[in-house]
Design a protein around this ligand. Sequence first.
Ligand code: HEC
Length: 128
Amino acid sequence: MQRCIACVLLVLSTLLLAGCPTNMINNPDSIVFPDSAVSFRNHVQPFLGTRCMPCHDNSNVAGGIRLTSYSNLMFDRPNLVVQGSPDQSLIVLALEQQIAHLSGNFQNIPSSQIRGVRTWVAEGAMNN
Ligand code: HEC
């Protein structure tokens, strides 16, 4: 009987782990950007997915911008992300409050995360 329970627990925990892809993060504060080699999959996408929703998803599309996938970031709006040029990228300028973002400001976002997005763009905004 005990072995049976152990088996059930093992199966359950495997299912739980398998069901949690790394970019399914719901606490934005848990995302730690490195100083270099920022990853789209591990840092930028979970950051946007927690901080910028539900306004910029596929059903709301605020300002004509979806921040849900790499290709949306590249193609929804010219200059949303300019590879290698954070100073021309609307996403960075908005986060740094250099351009207006009428629907709330980003004051509660840690500067380390904003710097992380800037670094990702500066490093070429790769789909990495
Ligand atoms: C509460 C809803 C809401 C949230 C959350 C939100 N946005 Fe927006 N965003 C809007 C709306 C509405 C617009 C269009 C009007 C405007 O420019 O403010 C917009 C516009 C923008 C623009 C285009 C600005 C321009 O000058 O055209 C950018 C870039 C942007 N958002 C980035 C972000 C990023 C990055 C996040 C997350 C860190 C985010 N937004 C979170 C509602 C939101």
